[in-house]
Design a binder for this molecule. Structure first.
Ligand code: PRP
Length: 211
């Protein structure tokens, strides 16, 4: 039978994803990520390893049958994919943060504000819904620097342990949403390969995921 393909996010979610796939019995063989290889073959799967933001692209296009992505990534794009299971891993919060003294500005009656973020759509939607027009500076990382050097007054970013904010003297000012990782499935695979796709979904569901 043809192997299923699974696209995994590198970084913070990688180990947690491998862990849940192993413990739920979805994968039996060892997945070793101690090289720079982008494709890992196991008995059951062809794993592809990409930046978290790129995961849905591979699943939507059908290159991968499965993928794992958080709300931060999924809400930032509009993907035509199945999102069947909350894996209950990768918990973080999507927040507005800034210097402590920016709280006052935030809570005053402002009509516009400067925001640095890796999530321009999530940030724009959030502020527009509140009648605030954001001026967005889209960055690709180390977003916490922006308020420190005056690029923006606020950031919209994910917070996991809070260490990065703390070490840079920033605080959470508002919460946009909580985020956990979801198993996402290509729509065609879901129908055409249901014999092999469903058992995997079921395993993960009975292991503790829920929609
Ligand atoms: C993420 C996020 C924060 C940090 C939050 O960045 O953008 O900077 O992690 O985690 P913490 O609350 O546990 O400190 P990432 O590590 O992905 O690096 P990047 O900024 O270079 O994208």
């Amino acid at each position: 039978m043809e192997k299923l393909s699974f696209v995994l996010p590198k970084g913070r979610l990688f180990d947690q994803t491998i862990n849940i796939l192993t413990r739920s019995g979805v994968i039996e063989s060892l997945v070793n990520r101690d090289s720079r290889k982008l494709i890992l073959e196991t008995k059951e799967f062809r794993f592809m390893i990409v930046r978290p933001k790129d995961v849905p692209v591979y699943v939507e296009s059908g290159i991968a049958d499965f993928g794992v992505a958080g709300n931060d990534v999924l809400d930032e794009g509009e993907y035509d994919i199945y999102r069947p299971i909350d894996l209950g891993i990768g918990y973080c919060r999507i927040v507005v943060a800034g210097k402590p003294e920016s709280r006052e500005i935030y809570n005053s009656n402002i009509s516009t504000l400067k925001v640095a973020t890796k999530y321009p759509r999530i940030a724009t939607r959030f502020f527009m819904d509140r009648g605030i027009k954001p001026i967005i500076y889209e960055l690709y990382g180390s977003v916490e620097l922006a308020p420190l050097v005056g690029l923006a007054d606020f950031i919209v970013d994910i917070v996991e342990t809070g260490t990065t904010l703390r070490e840079n003297g920033l605080v959470v000012i508002d919460q946009i949403k909580e985020s956990t990782a979801k198993l996402i499935v290509n729509r065609v695979s879901y129908k055409v390969k249901s014999d092999s796709v469903f058992p995997i979904i079921q395993r993960l569901e009975s292991f503790g995921g829920g929609s």
